[in-house]
Write a protein that binds this ligand. Structure first.
Ligand SMILES: Cc1cc2nc3c(=O)[nH]c(=O)nc-3n(C[C@H](O)[C@H](O)[C@H](O)COP(=O)(O)OP(=O)(O)OC[C@H]3O[C@@H](n4cnc5c(N)ncnc54)[C@H](O)[C@@H]3O)c2cc1C
Length: 389
């Protein structure tokens, strides 16, 4: 008789949760995925998907589907608040600075591909949350808002930066959150503003605030706001509609047009740029994964890669250790933590480059970009941003 299949409850159907469900399915586990949102999210923002995540996606068999969705990075156009072009980094230079084993993708497209690969094999429940977690040395019991109780070998908290699993099992968010002094807002646009160039990422930075319009191809564009904030939590409480208008009201270029479009949508991603510094990612039969555990932030450009790579490494460790789940979790964390801490350090180091507060520091930031076509500068940028070739 074959041994009983192990079972996991996974909280969150973002990149981390879906990748974990897929990898655990490959390892022979049954999974129940609990997602708070009533249905799948779409869109999101453009992410660079490379390194550990790219390698894991290849092993998990989803790389061809991800590659089909890739956005080919094109020119970077730097715009002044008047709308005039300050300088352009041409497409070939941008592509030369991009690692070979790397894709630019919409966050929602990574979720789509993972969802398509796993949906037949996992019990995914939308509009559902965990109401209680009780664990002993051998199993964990989750009481769900749909009225059911699931008993499992492992519960994976993949519920993002503001993880309820982390708050319930490890402690309040404020114990772990390290704010990087910025707020970010992203919204998808159904048409590109006329003043934003086609086939390019155009951005304007002025006095601690950046606004970018990214042409994602296939008729899709996204607007990206990122600004310095003295009290990011207060901006979050204010909400995107009011905070973005307050900060960008006099920003020029395409800001008035995009702020006017804010009223047409509620689907605005709006959050503080914060890292999670959790000194142990597991407690008994509960483990955190993805932004819930480590959130390296957009400044590191590596969170989706760590979510998929972390899920793959977790599955491999669980396969290796069989019934000794504690040993698997300890080995997994010891192997992954150095890479996570390296990317957190990178995030903290480059945070000042996003929206320099004055013209001199903006000029200093832009200097290497203006000369990026020169190979030694291109190599220096790749090293500084930890881009693997
Ligand atoms: C603007 C921006 C740009 C970025 N750029 C890059 C980049 O270039 N490269 C890169 O690799 N990464 C990038 N990242 C980071 C990357 O997007 C994240 O690290 C990654 O998406 C994290 O995935 P996750 O599944 O851990 O968390 P999330 O995406 O937050 O998913 C968590 C899921 O859990 C659900 N949930 C939340 N609470 C509950 C609950 N209580 N119960 C049930 N479900 C719940 C949520 O609805 C969501 O579906 C960027 C992030 C931002 C914001």
């Amino acid at each position: 008789m074959s041994p009983q299949r192990k079972k996991a409850v996974i909280v969150g159907a973002g990149i981390a949760g879906l990748a974990t469900a897929l990898r655990l399915h490959r390892a022979g586990w049954r999974t129940v995925v609990v997602e708070r949102a009533p249905e799948r999210r779409t869109g999101g923002y453009g992410v660079t998907f490379a390194g550990l995540g790219y390698d894991a996606a290849e092993r998990m068999g989803v790389l061809p589907a991800l590659t089909e969705r890739r956005i080919i990075p094109d020119a970077l156009v730097y715009v002044k608040p008047t709308g005039e072009t300050a300088f352009t980094v041409p497409g070939p230079t941008v592509r030369a600075m991009t690692a070979e084993r790397s894709l630019t993708l919409l966050r929602g497209d990574i979720e789509d591909v993972l969802h398509a690969a796993v949906r037949e094999h996992a019990d995914i429940r939308f509009g559902t949350v965990v109401e209680d977690i009780a664990a002993n040395a051998l199993q964990v019991r989750a009481t769900l808002s749909d009225g059911s109780t699931e008993t499992a070998d492992l519960l994976v908290g993949a519920d993002g930066l503001h993880s309820a699993t982390r708050a319930r099992v490890f402690g309040p968010e404020s114990d772990f959150r390290r704010d990087l002094g910025h707020v970010v807002g992203v919204l998808m646009l159904d048409r590109r503003p006329d003043a934003a160039p086609a086939g390019a990422t155009a951005s304007m930075t002025d006095r601690g605030r950046t606004l970018a319009v990214i042409d994602l191809g296939h008729g899709r564009s996204a607007a990206f706001f990122g600004y310095r904030a003295a009290d990011p939590a207060a901006d979050l409480a204010e909400g995107p509609h009011r905070a973005l208008r307050r900060v960008y009201g006099d920003a020029g270029w395409v800001a008035p047009e995009i702020l006017a479009r804010l009223d047409e949508t509620d689907a605005v991603y709006f959050d503080t740029v914060s890292q999670m510094v959790v000194d142990r990612w597991s407690s008994g039969r509960v483990v955190l994964l993805g932004d819930a555990a480590w959130c390296v932030t957009l400044f590191a450009g590596y969170g989706s890669a760590l979510a998929v790579g972390g899920a793959d490494l977790l599955g491999a460790a669980l396969e290796r250790h069989g019934d000794d789940i504690g040993a698997a979790l300890a080995e997994w964390e010891a192997g992954l933590r150095p890479e996570v801490e390296r990317k957190q350090r990178l995030g903290r180091r480059v945070k000042g480059l996003y929206a320099p507060p004055d013209r001199f520091r903006l000029w200093l930031r832009d200097l290497p970009l203006r000369t990026a076509s020169w190979p030694p500068v291109g190599r220096m940028l790749r090293r500084r941003l930890q881009i693997r070739g």
